[in-house]
Design a protein around this ligand. Structure first.
Ligand SMILES: [Zn+2]
Ligand SMILES: [Zn+2]
Length: 283
């Protein structure tokens, strides 16, 4: 039974990944929001290369992944929802929301803790913003993320199906909201109450620290509104804003080998993103 769920999980996740990737990539070609500044071929080889690498590393280190952890929690009666008799759909909806809140808090944390910012800044070092940016995370951050997810699952005790839904959903929305594309302003404003849109998350990739320290949500937009980290638009506009961080702005910084050593470059002294941002910007 367990084995079947796992095989199913990989197939479901892979088909969604390639399906959404193809759709968003097509959208970007048909209606690009910004002109790209770095060779797309270089960035895509690097960003998709890191996806392959992360998949291999994850399978090796945590073969059962988050779905396996959820099954273990069910078997052992760990966590909130494994000890409450709620209707299935309620437990699934609440579990997805709580897992998303965990990811939001983790994202705030990797910006706030200098050592963790070293792992996360590779995501921000992309000088362009497109569908592949959404999957560009350092393998060490991916591993940290999985450990945090394991802990959250042990506490929340979500239905196994909820974890599968969450993983697929997060993957899909991350690619959607990193799109180098935009929606009509009215639709974007409305959709922002349900899901993080490309224009909303793009603000988070601004080189300006106070903009990068806003819009931490990857999936549900509510946490940013609730915790006061929401920022509607970049001050320079979506065409005028600069994407990336100050520390890594050479074309070679977009090479896979360089990206992998980025966590180990430079000193960790000042407050994370301000140390990479323009001087005097403050928080
Ligand atoms: Zn970030
Ligand atoms: Zn991002």
């Amino acid at each position: 039974m367990m084995e079947q769920v796992m095989q199913h999980e990989v197939a479901v996740r892979l088909s969604f990944f390639f399906g959404v990737l193809a759709l968003v990539a097509l959208w970007e070609v048909l209606a690009p929001r910004r002109a790209l500044t770095v060779s797309k071929a270089l960035r895509w080889v690097s960003n998709l290369g890191i996806v392959v690498l992360n998949s291999v590393v994850l399978r090796l280190v945590f073969p059962t992944a988050a779905v396996g952890m959820a099954a273990l929690a069910v078997e052992n009666g760990w966590g909130l929802f494994n000890n409450l008799a709620l209707p299935g759909w309620v437990a699934i909806a609440l579990s997805v929301a709580l897992l998303d809140l965990t990811i939001y808090m983790q994202h705030v944390m990797v910006h706030a803790v200098p050592l963790l910012w070293r792992l996360h800044r590779m995501h921000h070092a992309d000088m362009d913003y497109d569908v592949t940016t959404g999957a560009r995370f350092h393998p060490l951050e991916i591993l940290l993320s999985m450990v945090i997810k394991f802990a959250a699952i042990a506490v929340i005790g979500p239905p196994v199906f909820a974890v599968l839904v969450f993983e697929v959903l997060l993957n899909a929305t991350a690619m959607f909201n990193h799109a180098n594309a935009g929606l009509p302003a009215g639709l974007d404003r409305w959709l922002r109450w349900l899901v993080v849109t490309p224009d909303m998350h793009r603000v988070h990739h601004s080189v300006v620290p106070r903009e990068a320290n806003s819009n931490f949500g990857f999936n549900l937009p509510w946490w940013d509104r609730l915790f006061g980290t929401y920022r509607a638009q970049p001050e320079a506009g979506h065409q005028g804003m600069t994407i990336g961080i100050d520390r890594f702005r050479q074309p070679r910084d977009q090479r896979l080998d360089q990206m992998l050593i980025q966590p180990f470059i430079g000193q960790t002294s000042a407050y994370p993103i301000t140390s990479d941002g323009p001087s005097g910007e403050g928080k």
